[in-house]
Design a protein around this ligand. Structure first.
Ligand code: F42
Length: 146
């Protein structure tokens, strides 16, 4: 069992750290965007460090359910946060100034296709990222708790 420290461990990517800081200062994810498209902020447990990790992602939502797209710009490897959610699927997601609890589950086949269409509609560059790698970009559905 990972030791749980409530210490926040910032991303090692400065531009991401800066966006997380902006959201935290403003109290809303509306404070940031990517080329004008909306961002949400996930807070999860580090799989090895047990620390709090904050991961901004593009906003992909349908009827109160969100998707987390482990695209990493089409890089050959999954982002590290993918392994965090596999280890501990409980997370919080902030959309604008509302933060709620969710459980992440990785999806496949028909459900994957349905959510991939929604993801590309929300952020068209995802389609280009998938052409850049033989890695199938993983998708998690984030189901609200209660
Ligand atoms: N990334 C995406 O993949 N998809 C998106 O749609 C997306 C949108 C987006 C919008 C705004 C923004 O500011 C950033 C956005 N990003 C998006 C980038 C995203 O927020 C992440 O920075 C990116 O996906 C890379 O995630 P990462 O978890 O690989 O982060 C790296 C840079 C990182 O912080 N690495 C840490 C390090 O020290 O190397 C470790 C992080 C970590 O979680 N460590 C675990 C722990 O225990 O703490 C260890 C886990 C293990 O098993 O090793």
């Amino acid at each position: 069992m990972t030791s749980h420290s409530d210490e926040y461990a910032p991303s090692t990517a400065e531009w991401v750290r800066n966006q997380v800081d902006k959201v935290t200062e403003a109290g809303t994810t509306e404070a940031v965007d990517i080329m004008g498209m909306k961002v949400v902020l996930l807070t999860m447990r580090g799989a090895k460090s047990g620390k709090i990790r904050k991961v901004p992602l593009m906003r992909v939502e349908h009827n109160g359910v969100y998707a987390a797209v482990a695209s990493l710009g089409g890089a050959p490897k999954n982002p590290v946060w993918y392994y965090n959610l596999k280890a501990d699927p409980k997370l919080t997601l902030q959309d604008a100034d509302v933060t709620k609890e969710y459980v992440a589950r990785e999806i496949e086949s028909a459900e994957y296709d349905e959510w991939w269409t929604r993801a590309v509609a929300a952020y068209p560059p995802y389609a280009e990222y998938q052409t850049k790698t033989s890695r199938k970009i993983p998708l998690f559905v984030l189901d609200p708790i209660k």
